[in-house]
Design a binder for this molecule. Structure first.
Ligand code: R1P
Ligand code: URA
Length: 255
């Protein structure tokens, strides 16, 4: 078992005690909260946007590692975790819904991602689909339904940028490059459920390299109604999505 640390995460194969599954939130502050829902949570390392804990779930080791925001940093976390033995990656994020029937507090499981990122094309050409592993997505849907949340399963637009790529005009310049003007309406017409920023890279790099991944997210805003989320609703939503991803991990480890 190698004790040589990987480049960025500051951990090695021995540290993760045989874990083959990782839960990967974007936000480093979410890592400890996730680990605390499992047994024996243990801090491993914190460098840049990457905070890493190890915990046990029904006796299985599980890594919890933040990815930071966006595809490039996500690709580093996933690559380095794969180097030390992780094969299944469960992303838990927050998200902005773009369909009017989706409410703040609902849970979205992504069945495919629109590749509005750059990093995914470093792993596979644009013709390659950004799709989750079927079993991972199924476990996430089952866990989300069991939580009592309203669950939506569908396509997510996964953008490199939070502002222009998600067609936000409440910015410093108020300007959105032509490519994205009207894009939100188009995604809505195509039935796309939501915006987030990592699933396109995660799914493409995993599906094209024999790794498994999925993405579940708590809805913190509905873009058809507002642009700034309500802080108090955000906390409850994040907690629900965290419980769902831990339950999905349990289902996958014990199936
Ligand atoms: O809450 P996380 O997991 O960071 O996910 C979402 O929140 C960030 C943007 O605010 C992006 O990372 C987006 O994908
Ligand atoms: O609107 C949103 C909310 C969370 N995360 C995103 O990427 N977009």
């Amino acid at each position: 078992m190698s004790t040589q640390n990987v480049f960025h995460l500051g951990i090695n194969a021995a540290d993760i005690e045989g874990a083959t599954l990782a839960i990967i939130p974007g936000d480093p502050a979410r890592v400890e909260r996730i680990a605390n829902l499992m047994d024996e949570p243990k801090f491993l390392a914190s460098h840049r946007e990457y905070t890493v804990f190890l915990a046990k779930l029904d006796g299985h080791s599980v890594v919890v590692c933040s990815t930071g925001i966006g595809g490039p940093s996500t690709s580093i976390a996933v690559e380095e975790l794969a180097q030390i033995g992780v094969r299944t990656f469960l992303r838990i994020g927050t998200t902005g819904a773009i369909q009017p029937h989706i409410n703040v507090g609902d849970v979205i499981v992504t069945s495919g991602a629109v590749r509005l990122d750059g990093a995914s094309s470093h792993f596979a050409p644009m013709e390659f689909p950004a799709v989750p592993d079927f079993n991972v997505a199924t476990a996430m849907v089952a866990a989300a339904k069991a939580s009592g949340a309203d669950v939506h399963v569908g396509v997510t637009a996964s953008s490199d940028t939070f502002y222009p790529g998600q067609e936000r005009y409440d910015t410093f310049s108020g300007r959105v490059v032509k490519r994205f003007q009207g894009s939100m309406a188009e995604w809505q017409q195509m039935g796309v459920l939501n915006f987030e920023m990592e699933s396109a890279t995660l799914f493409t790099m995993c599906a094209s390299q024999g790794l498994k991944s999925g993405c579940v997210a708590g809805v913190i805003i509905n873009r058809t109604q507002q642009e700034i989320p309500d802080e108090s609703l955000m906390k409850g939503t994040e907690h629900r999505a965290i419980s769902v991803v831990v339950d999905a991990a349990r289902r996958l480890l014990t199936e």
